[in-house]
Design a protein around this ligand. Structure first.
Ligand code: GTR
Length: 420
């Protein structure tokens, strides 16, 4: 018994002074958040206050350049040709209430070509409608219970390696993601929905720029500030927008871009660089998305760079365990949406994505909305679970963990109703 007690005490002691391995456990305590001060969105790098909307437009350019250089990398300007091919069309979807179609977007540049397939749903109202646009994780067939929507072969075209790391699509997934993309509810609220598989835009593994949209720009070698996969996914969303502008069923000036998790990071970056997106939604985007990097809560810059070296510009590595040196923080990314509405959603159990850091980011972005005479985040204290707050910035922390759920969609639909 005595020996047992000694062992127990030793065991406790060894927990009290963590080994190096234990020290790198993620921090999930508010008391473990370091002191930090956030860079001011309304202050020019050279000093000088942003007092007017005209100043902000200059400051905005400065911030986009900083995010390009230090975080996401700079995407090329599109100088190729886009061609849309209709794959299938069903004007009698949902017993005639809606249409569904498949469109293949071919992107050609200097003799090279990539393509990605869109799945589009819209109500048969006879009038152009607003719509949501979002990348999906497992293929368009996961949003369809019938066989009309084919399983993507992108992972075969690109590289088998994608199969191990890149959310490989398979027939087994057919229809499985409909609860995450509740098109029936979206349509009945008068909105369209456009989705595409992110692995067709850029496969989610470190491929040295050989596949996906990167392959269209072989002259853009991987360097410290070149576009990572998040920027590639965002760039793909802009190409979808190019196409949607020519569609008659949609109101292209009312397109909300949305994404979950890594694709929430991509939706935010798409909204930041392409102001055609009228509303931007980040679902559980966390580190490198809506959450403040300086809080070092849950996933940190160092962790994300080590796990996903292809997501960001190589420069972002400079800030591993060195967040205070970042010239920007993620509240300034949210501020880049102003005056357009932006919604940030967290899951209370999704501590890896730092729900509080996502909320504080909304608060810290709000002065830019105030410059436009708009209310950003209406409150400064994090709202209780399942009690959304909506100004020009919307926020909720819902019960449960990481995921894009019907509850989230209800808020996005309300937020879109409020602003469109
Ligand atoms: C995690 C990653 C997060 C988030 C998530 C996802 O592994 O650490 O940043 O992006 O993946 O995309 O589901």
């Amino acid at each position: 018994m005595k020996n047992f007690l000694i062992l127990l005490v030793l065991g406790t002691l060894s927990f009290g002074s963590p080994s190096p391995a234990q020290q790198v456990e993620p921090n999930y305590e508010e008391s473990g958040v370091p002191d930090y001060s956030l860079p001011d969105p309304l202050r020019f790098e050279a000093g000088g206050q942003v007092n007017h909307v005209e100043d902000w437009l200059e400051r905005r350019k400065e911030l986009v350049t900083l995010f390009e250089k230090h975080v996401y990398g700079k995407s090329p300007d599109w100088d190729g040709e886009l061609h849309a091919e209709t794959l299938f069309e069903n004007p009698n979807f949902l017993a005639g209430k809606a249409s569904r179609k498949g469109v293949r977007l071919h992107l050609k540049r200097n003799g090279r070509e990539v393509f990605f397939d869109l799945l589009l749903f819209y109500p048969n109202t006879g009038q152009p409608v607003p719509a949501f646009l979002g990348l999906n994780f497992y293929g368009n067939h996961t949003l369809a219970s019938d066989a009309q929507v084919p399983v993507t072969e992108a992972w075969i075209r690109n590289n088998e390696a994608m199969g191990s790391s890149g959310n490989r699509a398979s027939e087994a997934g057919r229809g499985k993601r409909i609860p995450n993309w509740p098109y029936e509810a979206i349509i009945s609220r008068g909105y369209g929905l456009v989705s595409l598989y992110y692995g067709e835009v850029d496969p989610d593994f470190d491929d040295g720029f050989r596949n996906g949209v990167h392959a269209l720009y072989p002259e853009e070698r991987r360097n410290e500030a070149s576009w990572g996969s998040i920027a590639g996914w965002a760039w793909g969303l802009s190409r979808v927008m190019d196409f949607l502008e020519s569609e008659s069923w949609i109101q292209p000036e009312k397109v909300a871009v949305l994404g979950h998790s890594r694709l929430g990071k991509a939706a935010l970056w798409a909204g930041a660089v392409d102001t055609r997106f009228a509303l931007v939604i980040s679902n559980n985007s966390g580190c490198g998305g809506a959450a403040l990097s300086r809080r070092k809560y849950g996933e940190t810059v160092a962790r994300i760079n080590r796990s996903f070296p292809h997501w960001f510009a190589a420069n972002f590595n400079q800030y591993n365990e060195n967040e205070a040196a970042l010239p920007i923080d993620q509240h300034q990314l949210l501020a880049l949406m102003a005056p357009r509405p932006v919604y940030v959603a967290s899951g209370v159990e999704d501590r890896w994505a730092d729900p509080r850091g996502e909320f504080l980011s909304c608060v810290a972005a709000s002065p830019v909305y105030a410059l436009f005479g708009l209310q950003g985040m209406p409150v400064t204290a994090q709202p209780p679970v399942d009690e959304p707050e909506m100004g020009h910035i919307g926020y909720h922390v819902r019960s449960g963990g990481h995921g894009l759920l019907p509850y989230d969609w209800e808020q996005y639909l309300d937020f879109a109703d409020m602003h469109f």
